[in-house]
Structures are given as C-alpha cells and as structure tokens.
Design a protein around this ligand. Structure first.
Ligand SMILES: Cc1ncc(C[n+]2csc(CCOP(=O)(O)OP(=O)(O)O)c2C)c(N)n1
Ligand SMILES: [Mg+2]
Length: 1012
C-alpha cells in the first residue's frame, strides 16, 4: 500500500528550508530513520520516517521550503506505522512503570516487615516542661510502645502520621518537624554487628593514626613551611577504617568498584594506610608535600599529581559533595542507557561539617533525592569544628543537617553516641538525659571534650538531679570514656551496613566525632586544632600512649614510623580485608577502549561554502552534532549537557531524536506531544537537561569526562552554555576538571562581548578565553567559520578520545548569522587552524604599503571588511590572518622562547607566530571580541610592531553595530586604527589617519570604554 510521509507539526515555523535529503528512491526505510533535515534561522531538525517501507518517490529537494502537511515522499508501506500503534509509547511505558512500581512496593512491604526488629523497643520520653498532663502523655506513649512491639515500627509510624493529619484537618497548625531527638537513629538492638576482629582493627587504626601524624610532623620539622593537618584525620580515622575493612569494594576485572571521595584534609590518613599496605614506602611518606622531585606525595587528593592513586580532587570545599552527587547520578545514567552493568556500586563522599557551609555542598541535595540516588552515601564528619572555631557554637550542626537532608528526602542516619552511652540511655527512664542532649549546644559539647570527666559531670550531667543520679556510680574516668558515635567502630559499622542496604533514596550518615581525637592538650577539641601540625615530644608520647603504639620513647623522639612485619597478624589482616574487597583504595586506573575519531569526510559538508545561506557557528555546531549522531561508533558515546538553554542554541531537535534522560521516564504526555521537537523524557534518554544549574551541569560534564577511569568507558561529553556563565561562574569546577584529567568539549555559546547583542553587562563575555587559558590542560579556540569548527572538533575527538590525551577543549560559538566560505585549498590550512592562525586572504594590488591584520571569532569578518576598504580606498595592501586561538599561539610562543633561553648555544627555534609573520611586510594589528589581553598574548613572540584592539570594559545592551562601534572593533574603527598604525610606523602620512577618524566620526577624546 502506498502512503505519503508528510511534514509533521514543526511548531511555530513555516516555509522552512530543506538542507539535506537523506532518503532516495528504492531505499528501505524503518520507523525513526531520518528522511530529511530542515533548518530555520534558529535550529536544524531531522524529520524521521513514521512508516516502515520502500521509498517510491521523493517529493522534496535541498533548498525547498516546506511547512506542516507538505509531502516529503511516497512510500510503499510494509504495514507498520507509528500511527497504527494503539497505545502511545509514553502511555505504554507509564503503565509498565506503574506495574513495576506496584510490584516493588509489595516487595518493599515484605522487606520492611521482615526487617522490623522483633526485640522489644522502648520509647524515650523527652521530658518537656510545657507538658500540662504528664499522666496522659504517659498513656499515649505506652500505647505507642505497645503498637511497636505488636505490629512494628512501620505501623507505629503510620499511626503517628494519621494523628498529625487528623490534627491538621481539625485545624491544629502543627508544623512538621524534620528533627528527631539528639540520639542515634539506629537503636542498639537493631545494630548489625561486624564480623571483624575488633582488637586487630583497633591496633591497625592506631598505627595508621600514628604514621599519619608522624608524616606531617616530620615534614614540618624538616621544612616548617610545608604545613599539613593532623586533626582532621584524627577525628575521622574510624569512619575511614570501617569502610576500608568492610565496605568499599575496589575496581578489578570482575567489578567496577565503589567510588570514594575522600575529604581533602584527611589525605595523610590515606597515605598512612597505603604505607601499611605496602603501596608506599617510608621515603615516599617523607616526601609528603614535596612533590617537585618526582615521587612526592601531594598535599591533598590531586589526580593530576598522583594519577595512579587519587581519583577525585576534593580539597576545595564544597566541590566534593556536588561532584559526588552528579557522579552517582551519572552512574545511573550509564546504567539506564545500557552502557554499563548495574553492579550495585556505590559512591561515598566524606565531608567536613564546616564544609557543609558551602552553598555547593547543599545545593544539589534535592536532585539526589529526586533522582532516588540510592547509590550515594554521604558521611559528614561532625567534629563540631572548622578552621577558626565551632561550626555552630550556639546550635547543633547535626540537628541542622538532619533537618535539611530529611526535608530534601534523604535517608538520614545519625551516629551521635558510642556504645558506652547505650546503657545510660536505656536507663534514662525520665527522659532527662535526652533532654540535656537536646538542650546542650555544640559550643558546650566542644568545650567538654577539651576538659575532663569532672567537668563533664558538673556541666552536663549536673544539670538535673535525675541525670546526676544516672552517673553517680561512674568515676570521672568512666565519664570521660563515654565515647562519640563516630569513634565507635560498632556504631559506624551498623550505620554503613544500613546505608548500603537502603533503597530508593540517598543516605547521609551524620557522625559526631572529636576534632584532633587523641591529640591531648595541644590539639584535641581546641579551637586551634585544625592548624596544629607540630607536636612536641610530650605530645607525641601522649599520642603514642593514647593509642598504645608499640614504639620506645627514643623512637617517639625520632618520630619514627611504625610498620609491623609483613607476617604480623595486623598486616596479614589488613591485606586480607582488602583482598576480600577486591583490591586497594584509592587507586586510579583506566581500561577504557579508545573511540576511533570519525572519518575525515564526516564534516566535508562543512568545508564547502554555504553560499547565500547565513548561519551562526552555533548552528553549524548543531549541524555537526546531528551528523555525529549518525555515526554508529560515536553516537552512543555523545553526552549533550545543557543547562536549560537548548532552545537558545537551536538544539530542541535533540529532545525527540535522542531523548532527555529521566530516570522515571515520562509520566505525562507533553503539551507539545504532537510536534516534531516535543519535550521527550526517557529512561534511556541521552541529553542531560540540567535546568538552570551551571554548577550541576559542569559536575555532570566532569563525571562524563572522567568516565574513562571511573567506569572504564570513554564518553564524549559536550556541555553547551552561555559563555559568560561558564568559566567565570564555575571556574573552580573547571579547575577541578583539569586536575581530574577530564576529556571532553565545553562549548561557550553566544560568545563575544559585542556579538551577543541586546543582552547586556552580565551576559556579554569578553574574557572567557582568558580565564580558560589559566587551566594548563584546557585547549581553546575561537573559530569564525564552519570549516574551522569542523577541523578543530574532529582533532579534539582524535586527541582526547582516540589518542587519550588528557586535555579538554573549550570552543566558543556565536549567534551572529553570516555566510561561510569554502575551506581554503592551501594544504597548510588545517595545520594553521589547529596551531592557532592561518592566512585567509591577501590584498596585494598596490605593492606600496602593507599591514598584517589578525582577527579572531566574529571580529575576523570586521577585519576582512576593513581590509577591503583599506585596499579600495587607501591603496593599502594587507594580509589577513584568521586567528583561531591566541591562547594556543601563546603556549607555543612561551615554549619556544623558553627553549631558546635555556639553549643559547643551540640552533634557535622559531615560534609559530614568527613563522607566520616574521617575513611578512608591515606592522601587525590584531583584534578579537575579547579583551585586548587576548591578542596581546602573542606580542612577545614576534619582532614586529604589534597593536591590539579588543572589548575591554563592561558590556551593555545595544545592537551589534553600536556595540562594535562602542568597543572600537567595527570595520570603521579598524580602518582608522590601521591607518593610524601605519602613520605611527611612518609608512604613510598621518593626515590619512586623521581624515579617516573624521570621516568615521571617531572622537579622539572619548574616554576608554573601561571607564564607561
Ligand atoms: C573553598 C575552600 N575554602 C576554604 C578552604 C580552607 N579550609 C581548609 S580546611 C577548612 C576547615 C574545614 O573544616 P571542616 O569542613 O569542618 O573539616 P574538618 O577538618 O573539621 O574535618 C577551611 C576553611 C578550602 N579548603 N576550600
Ligand atoms: Mg569539622
């Protein structure tokens, strides 16, 4: 049966140009095969077939203008068509998901019923002075106890919820509280016990503690300027050790490995463990923070500096939490797209309580809950201190965090009190102990641990007669021994166990510890703990005794490391635990297969002239992606990342074509379902649509750009953003990307201070290339024409994803429409594009006076227009150079200059800039849509007179023409400035310049744009 394939609903567009016809007569088409590509001035979109069958006749050709309902082709249908599908795909998937969810709910109920501890539970009554009828309260509480022991926690929780709902409906305004009492979330009877040997584990932990501290003290004894931290790891040692001994599985040939983000300042502890494991030796420990000689240990986790050890840079506070969330999300993305197996891997992130002040730390917790990231576990080490003093002296950081995380939908596990407290809490029949716990603020908790047992008895237990009585049989020493949860391996184990079994939400473990635990008078729980890096002999002897480290006094005086014999039970145990968990951690490896760069002809269509047709480089880039998506090898590895700007960049066609990643699929029919570019969310969608969240988008990009090491799969992330909201907004993450050895593309769209017209001061970017240039492994380009973009992009894929070079690309694209010429035939053109400059045009009719004109990005076109005026009206010849990257030229220049200075007796090398311009005639004038500093970068690498123009100053809204005039980079200014340059160089009379300035109404007295 012959059917007609029509142009579908293409939204508000009519008479849209056909730019590609992808099907021909006789082709066998399947549903969703692209048939034609249409392009408006805003975007280009493929139209897919909705019919299976053989093409009978194609009714359109390139250049035709089409609208909704026009015939594209006739097709002899093989019967199947999306139109005949009785259940729309979305509805079907909704039904399937609902069914699956119901099944899962049943399972969850079964699990929760099974896991309800059968042991009798006691309700802790929190004494409240406002209680007007304590007897009635007692009745209610007893009833609740009865429900818990008869029907379990779930039932009790249900009844409480119903009571609150009922009260709310009756008009009681009861605010829902996100907080629970200041006690452990897991009651002692529900704790899962570790099967480890606690004595050995304690001994190992003590050695790690000692060696970590010794490493810092030794380094600072040698060179006091080196610095380092003891207090952070001292407070977190148990949190790390329990993970290392029992939970964190390493990557090996059978398993992908858990990913652990270590808190930056606890790095000495990781080195100390690696020393016991035999992965680092004494010499290496002695080179802590001395990295200039090879083999040194980096101060903090830096994959760039220790590429086989550290996986994640975390020390800039707040980056770790955000990166970990997006890492967990990206892991799910890879699983849902079928690119990696679901092996139950987890992402763990260790964070400081002070670190949680960073907006980035909490900024993405909503996403983690929304995306149900049950592969994510945060461990927040609440030692109640940051660098200067208490984190929340007047409040309680643990309660504050609990509220925020629970409110966001996380599974919260508080680990506040150690096992020595269990019996006290169990005997707190009046609730006064919990009352004091709730009332005491962190400033007091901190002060108590800087004192002694007598102080705690007086200031804490002494508050009420009931609690005084509770500890009457305990000595001051016993009271001092009452430990905090984060230092108790049993409590930590139980929390980790519960966290790893949690389903459907991320977990945060909030653990209470003591900063500088065990450091005694010099560094335990005192405000200066964070910066304590020198311990005198008495402190060291105290530390040794505190943790029973088997060193003699002399050995302590010499600050010797301690490593038991390889055959000792400690070393055997430690290694065996790691062997059981698959290997050592942290360890950075990669087994990813390279992705072959696409064949050179894939972008051939970008090497021919666009003729009359005008388009922006942003549009050219979207066309290029569309083509890449047809490459079976590359297509699945592309990860387009967009922070709510797809329509700005003309990328909405991707929504339908490759789908937007949504872990729950699409539970609704989108408003624009009937349209070609409708908003399609899909569980296996490819686009990461991040919303208005550049930091999140960049975190996603980093996760994708390092998938080659974290998941052993090479991916090609392409993050497209408003260039102004790129490096300037997320600079610290971009720096971390460099450290992480990220590979991928950052596309700064709508770039250029004058090219993005209208928008204004906070949008117009005239410096992103300069910020990008500060990152050593960031390769940057500012192309003008579509063929330049194609050459650069393909080379980027080849270098990063085929050759596995640890660089990442920043390319600016613009929104100015113009026609693009064909690629020059010169065989060196491609090399020039990649090196940073090539000659694009020459005017040499008059052979009298010449000038070298360098232009970058859109300003190259102004330069070309100016050259024409100079030739036609002033008989001035010129050579015009397209500068695709001042940054890359500077890198080459620096290297050559350095070589020459270091090798004065050898043959001197020539910079690429000098190779291009050295023998050319006349002075050089360069301009870009960025600050003068951009083009100034190459000034030292040529021996000729050099003048720079650029867009220094705040942007402002206006037309493109007016903006270029204001910043003095329009054609007219370029002509006048060229004449002035030539006059200054005494190559022409100054009157020409003066006349031109007058002719173009250029006011010599106008203040510098930076002052306006
Ligand atoms: C973005 C950033 N700002 C400031 C610092 C400097 N700094 C290093 S550690 C620290 C305090 C950390 O306190 P906390 O997070 O509680 O960690 P703890 O050592 O107590 O475990 C500060 C302010 C930093 N590393 N990163
Ligand atoms: Mg802290």
């Amino acid at each position: 049966m012959s059917e007609k394939l029509l142009v579908p609903d293409i939204g508000d567009f009519e008479e849209v140009e056909v730019i590609e016809v992808l099907a021909k007569e006789g082709d066998q088409l399947n549903i969703n095969d692209p048939v034609i590509t249409i392009e408006s001035d805003k975007s280009s979109v493929e139209i897919p077939s909705t019919i299976n069958g053989k093409v009978e006749k194609v009714e359109v050709k390139v250049g035709d203008k089409v609208s909704k309902g026009d015939i594209i082709l006739n097709i002899v249908s093989s019967g199947e068509s999306t139109k005949n599908n009785p259940i729309p795909k979305d509805t079907e998937s909704i039904i399937k998901q609902a069914e699956a969810a119901m099944e899962k709910q049943k399972d969850d109920i079964k699990i929760s019923q099974q896991t309800t501890p059968k042991k009798e539970q006691s309700i802790i009554q929190v004494t409240n002075g406002k209680d007007i009828d304590p007897l009635e309260t007692q009745d209610w509480l007893e009833s609740l106890s009865a429900v818990i022991s008869k029907d379990g926690n779930q039932r009790a929780h249900f009844l409480i919820k119903e009571l609150i709902n009922k009260a709310y409906r009756e008009g009681a305004n009861i605010p829902y509280t996100q907080n629970t009492p200041y006690i452990n979330t897991i009651p002692p009877e529900a704790e899962v016990k570790s099967n480890g040997d606690q004595n050995i584990e304690r001994r190992i932990r003590s050695l790690i503690r000692w060696n970590a501290a010794a490493m810092v003290v030794r380094a600072n004894k040698k060179f006091p300027e080196l610095g380092g931290h003891i207090g952070t790891f001292a407070s977190a040692a148990t949190l790390y050790d329990v993970g290392m001994n029992h939970f964190w599985r390493a990557k090996n040939n059978k398993f992908g490995g858990d990913l652990v983000y270590f808190q930056g300042h606890s790095a000495p502890g990781m080195y100390a463990r690696a020393f016991l494991e035999g992965r680092l030796n004494e010499k290496q420990l002695d080179s802590f923070r001395q990295e200039v000689k090879s083999g040194g240990l980096s101060s903090y986790p830096h994959p760039w500096l220790m590429p086989k050890f550290w996986q994640f840079p975390t020390v800039s506070m707040g980056l770790g939490p955000m990166l970990a969330i997006y890492q967990a999300r990206y892991m799910k993305y890879l699983i849902n797209r079928g690119l990696i197996k679901d092996e139950g891997r987890k992402v763990w992130a260790f964070l400081g309580d002070g670190e949680m002040d960073e907006p980035e730390s909490m900024g993405a917790i909503g996403l983690a809950a929304r995306e149900k990231l049950d592969n994510l576990i945060f461990v927040i080490n609440c030692n109640l201190q940051r660098l200067d003093g208490p984190v929340r002296g007047n409040g309680k950081i643990i309660q504050e965090l609990e509220g925020s995380f629970r409110g966001a939908g996380w599974n919260v596990i508080k680990v506040i009190w150690g096992s020595y407290w269990d019996s006290l809490i169990a005997n707190d029949k009046t609730g006064h102990l919990v009352k004091i716990m709730n009332e005491t603020v962190d400033g007091e908790y901190q002060a108590m641990k800087a004192r002694d047992g007598a102080y705690v008895r007086e200031k804490f237990f002494g508050k009420y007669p009931e609690t005084q009585e509770l500890v009457s049989s305990l000595s001051d020493k016993d009271i001092w021994r009452l430990n905090r949860g984060g230092h108790d391996p049993h409590k930590v184990y139980a929390a980790y166990d519960k966290a790893t079994k949690n389903q459907g939400s991320p977990t945060v473990i909030i653990a209470k510890t003591i900063k500088g635990y065990g450091m005694g008078k010099t560094g335990e729980s005192v405000n200066t703990t964070h910066q304590t890096k020198k311990l005198d002999v008495d402190d060291l002897l105290y530390y040794r005794d505190r943790f029973d480290v088997p060193l003699t006094d002399d050995q302590v005086r010499n600050i010797e490391y301690f490593k038991p014999d390889e055959q000792s039970p400690e070393i055997k145990y430690l290694k065996e635990r790691r062997l059981n968990l698959g290997g050592f951690l942290p360890e950075r490896t990669t087994y990813a297969k390279p992705i072959k760069a696409p064949s050179k002809d894939i972008f051939d269509f970008m090497k021919v002239s666009t003729g009359e047709k005008e388009m922006s480089t942003t549009m050219a880039m979207v066309r290029m992606f569309t083509n890449l998506l047809r490459d079976k090898n590359i297509s699945p590895r592309l990860v387009p990342i967009i922070p709510d700007e797809a329509r700005t960049f003309g990328m909405e066609g991707f929504f339908q074509k490759i789908g937007i990643y949504a872990h729950e699929g699409q539970k609704y029919e989108p408003e624009d379902a009937a349209q070609l570019s409708s908003y399609r969310e899909d569980r296996s969608g490819q686009v990461l649509e991040e919303g208005i969240n550049e930091a999140g988008a960049m975190s996603s990009w980093i996760a994708a750009a390092t998938a080659y090491t974290n998941h052993d799969i090479e991916m090609i992330p392409i993050y497209i953003f408003y260039s102004m909201f790129g490096f300037q907004r997320i600079g610290d993450l971009a720096w971390a990307a460099g450290d992480s050895q990220a590979r991928g593309f950052l596309i700064g769209a709508t770039a250029g201070r004058t090219t993005l017209a209208g928008e204004g001061l906070q949008h117009q970017d005239g410096h992103s290339h300069l910020i990008a240039s500060t990152i050593p492994n960031c390769v940057t380009y500012d192309p003008t024409f579509h063929y330049e973009l194609a050459v650069i992009f393909r080379e980027g894929m080849r270098r990063m994803h085929e050759k596995k070079e640890n660089v990442f690309y920043y390319i600016t694209t613009m929104n100015e429409n113009y026609s693009h010429p064909e690629m020059p035939k010169d065989k060196n053109c491609e090399e020039g594009i990649l090196k940073g400059m090539y000659k694009i045009k020459e005017f040499d009719k008059f052979k009298k006076t010449k000038i070298q004109l360098l232009g970058s990005g859109t300003i190259l076109r102004e330069m070309m227009a100016a050259a024409e005026v100079l030739q036609n009206e002033y008989q001035i010849d010129s050579e015009i150079w397209s500068v695709t990257s001042f940054n890359e030229l500077r890198k080459d220049g620096m290297e050559v200059e350095r070589y020459n200075l270091l090798n004065p007796d050898k043959e001197q090398k020539t910079s690429y800039v000098e190779k291009c311009l050295g023998k050319s005639e006349g002075p050089i004038m360069a301009a870009s849509d960025y600050m003068r500093m951009n083009s100034d970068q190459i000034r030292p690498y040529t021996n000729k007179s050099f003048y720079s123009l650029g867009t220094d100053g705040f942007g402002r809204s206006d037309t493109r023409k007016n903006l270029r005039k204001f910043f003095e980079v329009d054609k007219e200014h370029l002509v006048a400035y060229s004449l002035s340059v030539l006059a200054k160089e005494q190559l022409i009379a100054s009157k020409y310049a003066k006349d031109a300035l007058k002719k173009y109404n250029i006011d010599g007295e106008k203040p510098m744009p930076t002052k306006l």
